[in-house]
Ligand binder design. Sequence first.
Ligand code: FAD
Ligand code: SF4
Length: 515
Amino acid sequence: YKTLRLILGDQLNPSHSWFKHKDNDTLYLVAELKQETDYVKHHIQKICAFFSAMENFAHALSCAEFNVLHLTLDETQNDKNLPSLLNRIAKKYHCSAIQYQYTDEFRLKEQLSLFKQASTYNVTAVDSEHFLLPFSQIKERFSKNKHVTMEHFYRAMRKQFDVLMEQGKPEGGKWNFDSNNRNKFSKNDLVDIPLPKVFNNDVSTIIDRLDKHQVSYLGEIKNQRLQWPTTRKQAISCLEYFCENLLINFGQFQDAMTNQSEHNTSLYHSRLSFAINAKLLHPLYVINRVINEYRQRPNEISISQVEGFVRQILGWREYVRGIYWINMPDYARKNQLQAKNKLPEYFWHGSTKMNCLSHSLSQSLTTAYAHHIQRLMVIGNFCMLTGINPDDVDNWYLGVYIDAIEWVEMPNTRGMSQFADDGIIATKPYAASGNYINKMSDYCKSCQYDVKQKVGEKACPLNSLYWNFMHTHRSKLEKNPRIGMVYKNWDRQTEEQKAALLKQAAAYLVDLESL
Ligand code: FAD
Ligand code: SF4
């Protein structure tokens, strides 16, 4: 072969221009690598989802008569990184040129850029043709260490890509319907939530391989069947299911959480993040399909459901990617609140008396999934209030979630949820007491703690931890106009009340394991 083309596990984009023409001089390489299973301890479902999707992609290419080499851990056990793999394969197949797509992760970009500089092969890198905002435009929209408001970015993207626009104005008369998107479930709402769309992918051979190569992982897969979509066809059917059954209520229940639906962890959410991040689906394809559903059922589906969904993909997803690339590698070291505590053990088994946390952790560990508010306002909030080191928090999220790839995981976790990034993403910490959890969920009803109590044995720990957090970081946060009111409320309390709250929090903080 003349050219070797590398396809990474999150570059399974069938519409890439590489596949517009077939040529017999090109060999495509899809390879499982130990460095990818081992850079953090991953959930077994996450490793299986990537390996299975890679295998399926290689198979589809091969059926379409491209020359493909799919290598498993059996064949790559001596390749310690991408350069060693590429050198070995290029030599074996007598290639003179090597091509790769720009990576989404800094870690791999470093590896491949160094390889490119030092290589004797003719090495070129091409766009991955996935994101809407061209990589070259990131530096026009974002500046290092500077806050960029997501809402401004999102509006610019709506205009640039002409999404939900009517003669230069936002469709429905408003850019943002967030205020309609904060409903809690009533008992009746819960009865009707459709079951999630799941698949039955046999991944037993992949699990055997992981065990054979002593890959260390967490979590389980029931009956060795993976429920996540790992082909483009499955990803499309997941999107179709979302449009037909879930979109109608997506926006209004976007932030709601519940204990009640054990079989229904994703509620009205789409479960598309893995498929989109692996590039099985293009973001614009997803957006257009959702808008098309809305156009066909205008009397049933309201603009606020659709806008809420579009904002996540056209807004947040593209935004966090911009923040990541403009700020890496320094972003990975940010710890503005100097959080140093260790992650409590229950993050690995879910067993804590705090029902909100126990439910969200157990669900994450069982399914490799939690929706946005569970990640942000339950697990993330707990970590921030208890001062857990953001490195530990990042590693936990990166390992546990099915969709976790550093470019999207880190800004969401370290930035949005931990406020460790000097306010680059959020203008204020997403800190909440038990009151917020009680407002958005039914977790508190079956909790051993009492959400209404602030001190005492039964008091919800989040109440005193919240005030302790605000008190500890007062000098940093007080001048923030969005937080001023909080300190007015704090100062209004008597000295005894304040002392009791701080004492209560201190007792939790010396023994987080006991919660
Ligand atoms: P839906 O609620 O149906 O949303 C639709 C799509 O919008 C998602 O599939 C996703 O592609 C996109 N999206 C929504 N919110 C965000 C966001 N904040 N950032 C980027 N894209 C978004 N998402 C990841 O893909 N990988 C991660 O590692 C990840 N880590 C997170 C960590 C924290 C602390 C928080 C608060 C959020 C994180 N998110 C991450 C964003 C979001 O929680 C997930 O994308 C979402 O829960 C995936 O489920 P879904 O596909 O059902 O999403
Ligand atoms: Fe969580 Fe507190 Fe409610 Fe218990 S009482 S579920 S700890 S918010």
